[in-house]
Design a protein around this ligand. Structure first.
Ligand code: UD1
Length: 416
């Protein structure tokens, strides 16, 4: 087991190239299963979720090769449609294989998907949507078995704009000959990036707000660089706003950071964007800001932990409301160990900003882990962050990123 040792209180200064988004890359890796040719993903992030997805695809017969920064995925021969690999039970994104495997093999076997402990995370919308296209599902002892023999294009209105369900519907419909119509789909930037890639692969997809019309066919391989990771970028923006300093983020523009941008820009924090670079300049300890999470273009639930950590260290009071997942405030308990003043009532957290102190804390989930790093960088004294594994699912050695900006942070083996 490893842990991070952070001595807080230093400003952050320097430059950082934002990697492609995990939440775009994972569905794209899954898409490779449905393609007739090789998919090459440029500058694919070196994170645990990508490694696990690669391992899982390997068990299905996909040839996955890392070539420097890129990953090549060749699904010329698929040997299995059974995803009950040990990795799949742990990784939420194994659910992205539903649509691609049904498209390619007409059958799929999937274990109940795992993932972050942030809510019950049902997949009923995935199943109802694919069901509307003629896929039949049954559960046998916690195992999902899907059959797409006789599936055809259709129409489905999602009861909620689920990101994962939209991915599965888009990929599966892209393999069907006629036009499928989906209403109330997710329109996160990572989804629109997947739409752009599917078009490159040969699908015809029209987007009208939250409605998408998909005419599929035989899908070709492609070379693609996924959209920048707005959550990683938001981690750096909120860290600079909290700790002070000046950082330039390369490879990302202002639209991907809205609406965080408007919340965080104030007297002590200035953001400037030009071309594909954002500059964050802050005198530190910004103003607390209230947020309510919602599907895009609302405030991203994946940035909620960052907002909570920022507010815990900020000046003033704020309310943070979580409307997407039901159990996403485990961070509050850990921040309280550092002296934070946070009261949680159901899906709402009431925060009063304080100067935090170092403490021994544990990472409850991926985004909460980033929130803890942010708080530790701003706190007085030393913070020990234990049980790091969830952070590595979504960040490329987070300590290198912040050490490169002047923070005093290092990873060491946990002493048992
Ligand atoms: C994706 C992201 C995750 C992000 C989330 C919301 C990836 C790998 N993960 O997760 O980082 O936090 O979008 O932006 O891209 N729901 C149902 N039934 C379903 C599907 C979802 O009730 O069939 C509910 C969920 O329980 C949750 C909400 O809808 O409350 C949002 O889930 P969804 O948009 O599907 O998130 P994910 O695709 O799991």
């Amino acid at each position: 087991m490893e842990r991070l040792v952070v001595r807080g209180g230093r400003p952050l200064c320097g430059e950082y190239a934002v990697p492609p988004a995990k939440n775009a890359v994972l569905p794209m890796m899954a898409l490779s299963v449905a393609l007739g040719g090789e998919l090459r993903l440029l500058r694919c992030p070196r994170i645990r979720d990508v490694e696990e997805m690669a391992a899982l695809l390997g068990t299905l017969g996909v040839k996955v090769r890392r070539e420097g920064e890129d990953i090549r995925l060749d699904a010329g021969k698929i040997s299995s449609f059974d995803c009950r690999h040990p990795a799949a039970g742990q990784m939420r994104s194994s659910v992205f294989l539903l649509g691609p495997l049904l498209a390619r093999c007409k059958h799929v076997v999937l274990a109940q998907p795992g993932g972050c402990v942030i809510g019950s995370r049902p997949i009923d919308i995935h199943l109802a949507g694919l069901g509307a296209l003629g896929v039949r599902f049954e559960w046998q002892d916690g195992v999902l078995i899907g059959n797409a023999e006789g599936a055809r294009a259709g129409r489905y209105r999602l009861p909620y704009p689920s990101v994962g369900a939209t991915v599965n519907l888009l990929i599966f419909a892209s393999s069907l000959g006629e036009v499928s119509v989906f209403e109330n789909v997710a329109v996160e930037p990572e989804i629109l990036d997947l739409v752009a890639l599917l078009r490159r692969c040969g699908a015809k997809i029209e987007v009208f707000g939250r409605e998408m019309r998909v005419r599929g066919g035989v899908l070709q391989g492609a070379v693609w660089q996924a959209v920048a990771d707005r959550i990683v970028a938001a981690t750096l923006v909120t860290a600079v706003a909290t700790c002070g300093g000046e950082v330039r983020l390369h490879g990302i523009g202002r639209p991907l950071l809205a609406p965080l941008w408007d919340k965080i820009e104030n007297n002590s924090c200035h953001l400037t964007a030009w071309c594909d670079t954002i500059r964050v300049l802050s005198s530190g300890r910004g103003q607390a800001f209230s947020v309510c999470t919602a599907p895009y273009p609302g405030f991203a639930t994946d940035m909620q932990a960052l907002a909570l950590a920022h507010n815990a260290c900020a000046v003033g009071r704020a309310i943070v409301a979580e409307r997407v997942f039901e159990g996403r405030f485990a961070l509050a308990r850990e921040l309280r160990r550092m002296g934070a003043c946070i009261r949680v009532e159901g899906r709402v957290a009431y925060v009063e900003g304080r100067r935090l102190h170092g403490a021994r804390v544990r990472v409850p989930d991926l985004r909460a882990g980033a929130g803890l790093v942010l708080a530790a960088l701003a706190a007085g004294g030393t913070t020990i962050i234990e049980q790091l594994a969830p952070i590595d699912r979504g960040y490329e050695r987070i300590e290198d990123c912040f050490a490169g900006l002047g923070a005093d942070i290092l990873r060491e083996r946990e002493i048992e």
